[in-house]
Design a protein around this ligand. Sequence first.
Ligand SMILES: NC(=O)c1ccc[n+]([C@@H]2O[C@H](COP(=O)([O-])OP(=O)(O)OC[C@H]3O[C@@H](n4cnc5c(N)ncnc54)[C@H](OP(=O)(O)O)[C@@H]3O)[C@@H](O)[C@H]2O)c1
Length: 363
Amino acid sequence: MALPASSLRTALLVLLSLGLTLALGLLLPEALKLLFTFVGLACDNASHAIVLVYFIFMLCVAMPSLPRGTLPTQGKAVLITGCDSGFGLALAKHLHKLGFTVFAGCLLKDKNGEGAQELESFHSNRMKVLQLNVCSEEEVTQAVEFVKKNLENPDTGLWGLVNNAGTSTFGEVEFTSLDTYKEIAEVNLWGTIRVTKAFLPLVRQSKGRVVCMASMLGRMAVPSRSSYCISKYGVEAFSDCLRREMYRWGVKVIIIEPGNFVAATGIFTKEGVERRGQDMWEQASETVRDDYGKAYFCHQVARMKAFVTSGTKDTTPVVNVITDALTSKYPYTRYNPMDTYYWIKVQIMTHLPAAITDNIYAS
Ligand SMILES: NC(=O)c1ccc[n+]([C@@H]2O[C@H](COP(=O)([O-])OP(=O)(O)OC[C@H]3O[C@@H](n4cnc5c(N)ncnc54)[C@H](OP(=O)(O)O)[C@@H]3O)[C@@H](O)[C@H]2O)c1
């Protein structure tokens, strides 16, 4: 008779714990003693060896900014999407300052958007601004042609692709239309996939980097943000699959998971939240309006308006980790620029049982 899946899972977990305990308690000290003897060091005390292993482990985990070697930027080209504002605009300027050739994709270049104008005012042959709506197949194809034509050395390909363009909104599931879900996913998820597929041959050519902008909300799902969360969970999954596929090509795929930087970028405005609140209420069904009630709904909108001015007010931590992802010899797979409050929240939400986290956060 087949064992039920839950019993099998429990048995596997117990076996794994036992295995780990045996490995750490018996095999590791013995292996370390052997190693120490082999290299001629006097260390017959296993606890010393374990302390040493833990020390090295702590050094690696607790000090993520240990020097890992930096690659030169000269002669390297990077394409960034969504450079009209926020992280994209700041990153384009920063990478240009570091010596990269920057292809800055702007949604509003054709409409003389402020961000595009600011970047064009550099009048630098290393700052190339191009029209790029990540939802448009045509514009993405044109962008590939533009980059190919303007690469300083076409044989070296494109060093980096930063999938930064993104959009967001809020609203509980029953107030969020299917069109809204599709609109958010169209930019954040399908846009990322569309642009990545188009530029991968050029990035493979240089054994370069694909950097995908996810979010802490790509790791923890919170109320009122389902349309955004599903798009960023998708970005995480896509990037993880791609990283494993690209391993044999020498291309590194890196995920950025910023915390709350809404006050530092243009992703939310008070007016936008107000407008969206009105639309949601008007478009909700009568049943939903009656069941939730206007007072509850207004309270949620007010909370969202307060959120707009919260969080870290400076884009630097995000710009710095993307720079590390593009320039470090050994970049990390994931970067999580965020303040301590959100870091702890993410750890709690992703490590504790739902029975506990739902009690704390589903309010
Ligand atoms: N700010 C945060 O707290 C935070 C946290 C985690 C992750 N992120 C992510 O960081 C990325 C950058 O966002 P941000 O915070 O810097 O906000 P932002 O200032 O609004 O920047 C996003 C940029 O993407 C552009 N964009 C929107 N739709 C586009 C499209 N179809 N094609 C090309 N570009 C498009 C936007 O242009 P318009 O403004 O003209 O629409 C905007 O310039 C996003 O992927 C976002 O999800 C942000």
